[in-house]
Design a protein around this ligand. Sequence first.
Ligand SMILES: Nc1ncnc2c1ncn2[C@@H]1O[C@H](COP(=O)(O)OP(=O)(O)OP(=O)(O)O)[C@@H](O)[C@H]1O
Ligand SMILES: [Mg+2]
Length: 321
Amino acid sequence: MALLEIENLRTYLYTRWGVVRAVDGTNLRLERGETLGLVGESGCGKSMTLLSILRLLPWPAGRIVDGRILFDGEDLLQKSQKEMQAIRGKRIAMIPQDPYTSLNPVFTVGNQCMEPMQIHLGVQQKKELWNRAKELLKMVRIPEPEVRLQNYPHQMSGGMRQRVVGGIAICCSPELFLADEPTTALDLTIQGQYLHLLKELQGQCNAALLYVSHDLAVISQICDRVAVMYAGKIAETGTVSDIFERALHPYTEALITSIPPVDRDVERLPSLPGQPPKLHELPEGCYFAPRCPYVVEDCRKAFPPEVEVRQGHSVTCWRYS
Ligand SMILES: Nc1ncnc2c1ncn2[C@@H]1O[C@H](COP(=O)(O)OP(=O)(O)OP(=O)(O)O)[C@@H](O)[C@H]1O
Ligand SMILES: [Mg+2]
C-alpha cells in the first residue's frame, strides 16, 4: 500500500470572481521513503494540493469538493478536526515557503521546538524537553544551541530560521514531509546545504517527501519521481529520468527546454509562449491546447484521459491516447 494516494482531488476556491478550480481532478501517489517533486508554473495549484492534504485551506474560500486523500490507507477527508490535529505535525509535517511567517515572533525558538514534543510525544518534564530541543538544534547544525534556544526568531539569520523550521518538522519523526519551496528565502550556498540536510533528516525517519518547487535543477537532484502540474491537473508523472530524458507532454518539454544550460552562455532562453489559463475560466478541451505547438482540432473538444505509457510513466495528452 502506498503511503499517500490522492485520487481525483478537487479543491475549489469560491471567490468574488467566480469558482477557481485550483486543484481539478488530481491523482498523486507517494511510496514510503520516496521523494516526489511537484512542479509547474506559478498559480497551477501546487500549494493548494499540499494545503488540501493537511486540510488547511484558506477560509472561507477554499473547499475540497471531491476526491480522496488516502494516507496509510485512511481517507484524510473523512477525519474530524481533532483527528487531523493529531496527524499534523506528528505524522505529516509541513516545511513552509517562508520560515519567517511559520515561526511565531513572540515566542523563543526553544519554546517553539519544545511545544510539538509536549503535544505529540507527551514529554512533560522541562529538563527533558530542553535537552531534546538542544539535540534538535544540534542535528540541524545550529552552533551554540543552548544560546540559540533562548533567541527569538528575528535574532537568527534566514538560513538558521529555515533550519530551525526543518528541525521542528522532524522532531516527531513524521512519515511524510510536505515542503513548499523551502529554499526560496535562502542564497545558493545555504540552499545547497539545506537540501542536503533535508535529505539526511528524511533518511533518518525514512519519511516520504513531497517537494514543491519551480527549480527543475533542484528537483532533478533530490527527487525519485516527478509530477508536472498544469492548471490544477497533473500533465505528466514519471521517474526523474522519464521526465528529464523522455518527456512526453508538450508542457513538460517546454519546461525542460527553459532550463538554462550550465555549460554555455545563451542569449535568450526559449520561453513558453502565452499564459496559463485563468482557473475560473478554463477552456473547453485540453487546458494546454491554446499554448501547445502540436495542437490539433480534437484537442479543443475534450480533456484527454491520463494514459500510462510505460510502467510508472503517465501522461495526459491526446497524442498518446
Ligand atoms: N486565498 C485565496 N483566495 C482565492 N484564490 C486563491 C487563494 N490562494 C490561491 N488562490 C488561487 O488558487 C490557484 C492555485 O494557487 P496555488 O497557491 O496553489 O498556486 P502555486 O502553484 O502554489 O503557485 P506558486 O508557484 O506561485 O506558489 C491560483 O490561481 C491562485 O490565484
Ligand atoms: Mg505555492
